[in-house]
Design a protein around this ligand. Structure first.
Ligand code: NAD
Length: 283
């Protein structure tokens, strides 16, 4: 495995700060970049708090926490990633923004460096095509909250090499995570299967099959899911669910992926779930 010591993470939102944390916790030097300075301050605060919780639970020593924080540097300039050995992109879920960034990363990083994206739904092949190294572009889809969830979906684009996939798989192991390979089709594995189930739960609410409480209770108690589908959708964000369903619907063309009209209406009203204080439940 090529020697990866320094990792660049771009985007310091919900996912980027969690990704930066797990790399720093696992001994990597991390450069976390975001266009918005307040996001970088918030990310450092969130990482400190999360590491503190691990210390409280006795899963991390205070010295290891300080060492992890010491390995983290933040910056607003992508150019600061010129010397990194691996990149994880976690900026907004927008194809043009990500393509532009991959084009830039291709010019500033060393030719052998793997450029990965945490995208939930954008084609890895499309991002690879924006670079001169499509064999070294892959998806590294971490799950939220990153420090606690062990799965990483690894997406192989049309041109991604087996060598690059192996590097990413080994990297997951170093992070204490399990990398599972998926092909580059809309929604990959996780959202291809999860979102239609959540969408069906939205239709069940709309048609009055059950209240949100009843639907969640059936799926929790009856199917042994740790969280009901409507609680989970509120946690993910209803706008995010709608965006992913649109990708599945557009990309696969099957009406079974049509986003539920109730979901569209709630998103239009600004009912985005937990983060907005109102979704299928009030927070
Ligand atoms: N939220 C989830 O549960 C989840 C789960 C898996 C994957 N993802 C994916 O992870 C990515 C990030 O999602 P998030 O929820 O962390 O988003 P977020 O909105 O919390 O954070 C995105 C960050 O990117 C920054 N940013 C935007 N454009 C940038 C640029 N050009 N350069 C540098 N920084 C830039 C923003 O300032 C913001 O801080 C998306 O691709 C999303 O689909 C999200």
């Amino acid at each position: 495995m090529m020697d990866i010591k320094t990792v660049g993470v771009i985007g310091a939102g919900t996912m980027g700060n969690g990704i930066a944390q797990v790399f720093a916790q696992s001994g990597f030097t991390v450069r976390l970049v975001d266009v918005a300075p307040p996001m970088l301050d918030r990310a450092r605060g969130a990482i400190e708090k999360s590491l503190g919780k691990f210390v409280e639970k006795g899963k991390l020593t205070a010295a290891d926490k300080d060492a992890a924080l010491g390995r983290l540097r933040t910056s607003t300039a992508v150019d600061d990633l010129a010397d990194v050995d691996f990149v994880v992109e976690a900026i907004v879920e927008n194809t043009d923004a990500k393509r532009g960034l991959f084009q830039k990363l291709d010019t500033i990083t060393r030719p052998g460096v793997i450029l990965s994206s945490n995208t939930s739904s954008i084609s890895i092949t499309v991002l690879g095509a924006a670079t001169t190294r499509p064999d070294k572009v892959l998806g590294m889809h971490f799950m939220n909250p990153v420090p606690l969830m062990t799965l990483v979906e690894l997406i192989r684009g049309q041109a991604t090499s087996s060598e690059s996939m192996k590097v990413a798989t080994d990297l997951c192991t170093k992070l204490g995570k399990n990398g599972v390979e998926a092909a580059d089709y809309p929604g990959f594995i996780a959202n291809r299967i999860l979102m239609p189930m959540l969408n069906e739960a939205f239709y069940a609410v709309m048609e009055g099959v059950g209240t949100p409480e009843a639907i969640d209770a059936v799926m929790k108690g009856g199917m042994n899911h740790p969280m009901g589908p409507l609680t989970l959708a509120d946690f993910i964000g209803l706008d995010v669910c709608l965006a992913i369903l649109n990708v599945l619907h557009d990309g696969l063309g099957d009406p079974k992926y049509r986003p539920c009209p109730l979901l569209r209406r709630m998103v239009a009203a600004g009912y985005l779930g937990r983060k907005s204080g109102q979704g299928f439940y009030k927070y």
